[in-house]
Ligand binder design. Structure first.
Ligand SMILES: Cc1cc2nc3c(=O)[nH]c(=O)nc-3n(C[C@H](O)[C@H](O)[C@H](O)COP(=O)(O)OP(=O)(O)OC[C@H]3O[C@@H](n4cnc5c(N)ncnc54)[C@H](O)[C@@H]3O)c2cc1C
Length: 549
């Protein structure tokens, strides 16, 4: 039977140009094979075939503009030749368990190296925590918060706007749209690489076999090699009652409503990012942190401008303070203990952001003979091999820092090692970023760590009050700090507070990886006027050649 294939509705696009045609008359294609690539100003989209068959006619040309419903192909669906060789349903040479940034990167890299790969994840969309309920939705909402804050701050510079009209539904749609674009992009990348995707939750039943819980029931799958990338989930505080008003990061990203008063338990990166989002949208925010400062991993001087700004905005921060109990009544009554003694207060919502726990103890690892730590981490060597050499593990499940960019780098090492390449994960440093306002970013050695470990360091800071670019943005509160080996002059660490610190820290990470010293950075001509100059100025400050201060 000859069938006309219309362009499916894949996003809110009209008149999108065709930039690639992946099939020609006579080709045999399977359902979900990519047939066209479209490119809008927002995204590149793979168009999958809804049926299997033989292409009889391609009804669009390169550069043509198409909209949903346009007939793009004519396919003969009856005389289908055998589908392209699929992986044996009961066996896969390489399985990747978990499709977060670690898992999908490992799967795609192994497929690019010629391996037949099966990727398993229970979520409806690929991308794991990062794309679905982590990095990407939080950054989309932080963008909204930043626009609100900047519009407000512009009043001081002679540019007054009316109070923002907040349409939560549209904000959610914007965030979901960004997530949808990226996750559907991943589906396309998986299809193009012929990575077989199974929706389900996998458990080891032996060193070379998995049982997968799928919607259609349990499925058994044998494998030669496996890469575990099952990530982590939010830590729960056992004393908190079950109450829909007590939410974790996933609940807060759903943005069901903006409460009048919200308590954030945990002053780490996730808690602070969500606190700033909800505060910009109109919630009253209190943050309680058990240690002596917010963002405990970063140096105190770097965090100080953020603490100051949050307090100036009316956000209450309790440090060295713990929540000891919560009672759910008409409101949520929280009890605290801290330097001010015991006290209590009530809230409309409580966001719990006290860290994440690895999922290593939930996959039947013992059946495969893989060692799991009491915390749920899987131990790996520098090639990301577990105690079973044919089984690798990557990402949040193998240890701190639980960050997407660590997961993707480990993923490439694991995939390449599984394919027989001589590789190792030997990163000299892994940058951390809080996408707060101001952003806080640090990499390599911190001053606190140097002090604790008795490491001698040379330190140089450049205050952004002396940066023309920072001042012209009205943001002179920033700071760029570098730590050097006092003998060799090599960069050992760095930290930046201020706008775009997360982007700027990459230069310091490169300097550490390249074993660069203060001269290398200071003698590299940085464009003027930019925030990146502050890195060079800090290096000049160390060398005594700084003339901007
Ligand atoms: C709110 C929030 C914001 C964040 N922001 C950032 C940020 O800005 N930058 C950054 O670097 N990091 C950020 N992170 C952390 C980042 O999301 C994680 O470090 C990253 O997602 C880890 O990747 P992963 O591949 O190890 O695991 P995950 O992304 O956790 O993916 C694991 C996947 O495995 C699946 N899975 C679990 N068990 C099984 C099983 N038994 N069988 C099959 N599949 C299974 C899960 O469904 C999940 O999809 C954020 C996290 C949160 C919660």
């Amino acid at each position: 039977m000859i069938k006309d294939i219309p362009l499916p509705a894949i996003g809110d696009f009209t008149d999108v140009p065709v930039v690639e045609i992946l099939v020609a008359p006579g080709d045999t294609i399977a359902e979900n094979d990519s047939i066209l690539v479209l490119e809008s100003d927002k995204a590149t989209l793979d168009v999958p075939s809804p049926v299997s068959g033989i292409v009889r006619e391609v009804l669009v040309s390169l550069g043509a503009k198409v909209s949903a419903g346009a007939i793009i192909l004519r396919i003969e669906t009856e005389t289908v030749a055998a589908p392209p060789p699929a992986a044996d349903a009961d066996h896969s040479p390489l399985v990747v368990i978990g499709a977060g940034p670690g898992g999908y990167t490992a799967a795609f890299r192994a497929a690019d190296l010629g391996r037949e790969v099966t990727l398993i994840d229970p979520r409806a969309t690929l991308g794991g925590v990062c794309l679905n309920v982590g990095c990407i939705p939080s950054k989309s909402l932080l963008h909204i918060a930043k626009v609100i804050d900047e519009a407000e701050a512009a009043r001081d510079h002679g540019l007054g706007f009316a109070a923002p009209e907040i349409d939560l539904g549209k904000i959610r749609a914007f965030k979901d749209g960004v997530v949808g674009r990226l996750t559907s992009g991943l589906e396309g990348l998986a299809r193009r690489r012929k990575v077989r995707v199974i929706r389900g939750t996998a458990r080891f039943t032996g060193p070379n076999r998995l049982s997968i819980d799928t919607e259609a029931g349990p499925q058994s799958l044998g494998f030669d090699q496996a890469i575990i990338a099952v990530g982590s989930e939010p830590v729960r505080l056992p004393f908190l009652p079950e109450d829909p008003r007590i939410i974790d990061s996933t609940g807060s990203l759903a943005l069901a409503e903006v409460p009048t008063r919200m308590l954030v338990i945990g002053g780490g990166i996730i808690g602070l990012e969500m606190a700033q989002i909800y505060h910009a949208l109109g919630a009253g925010i209190e943050i309680v942190e058990a240690t002596g400062q917010i963002i405990p991993g970063a140096d105190k001087d770097v965090v100080a401008p953020l603490t100051r700004r949050l307090r100036e905005k009316g956000i209450v921060i309790h440090t060295d303070t713990r929540v000891t109990a919560v009672t759910a009544g008409a409101r949520l009554e929280a009890r605290f203990t801290g330097p001010k003694g015991d006290f209590s207060d009530s809230y409309d919502r409580i966001l719990v952001a006290v860290g994440r726990r690895p999922n290593g103890d939930r996959i039947g690892a013992e059946q495969a003979g893989i060692a799991v730590s009491p915390q749920g981490f899987l131990a790996v060597d520098t090639q990301m091999r577990t105690s079973q050499p044919h089984i690798f593990a990557i990402g949040d499940v193998v240890g701190q820092p639980m960050l997407a960019h660590k997961a993707t780098h480990e993923a490439k090492v694991a995939a390449e090692a599984a394919c027989g390449e001589t590789v190792a994960f030997e990163a000299a440093c892994i940058p951390s970023v809080a996408y707060t306002d101001p952003e806080i970013a640090w990499v390599g050695l911190t001053e606190a760590q140097a002090k604790q470990d008795g490491i001698r360091v040379g330190k140089a800071s450049f205050p952004w009050m002396a940066s023309g670019r920072a001042l012209s943005m009205g943001r002179g509160e920033g700071l760029t700090k570098l730590l050097f080996d006092p003998d060799s002059g090599r960069v050992l660490g760095g930290a930046i507070t201020g706008a775009n610190a997360g982007d700027l820290i990459a230069e310091v990470a490169l300097a550490i990886e390249m074993r660069a010293d203060a001269h290398d950075i200071a003698l590299t001509i940085h464009p003027h006027p930019t925030l990146s100059e502050t890195v060079a100025f800090a290096a000049e400050a160390h060398l005594g050649t700084l003339t901007d201060l």
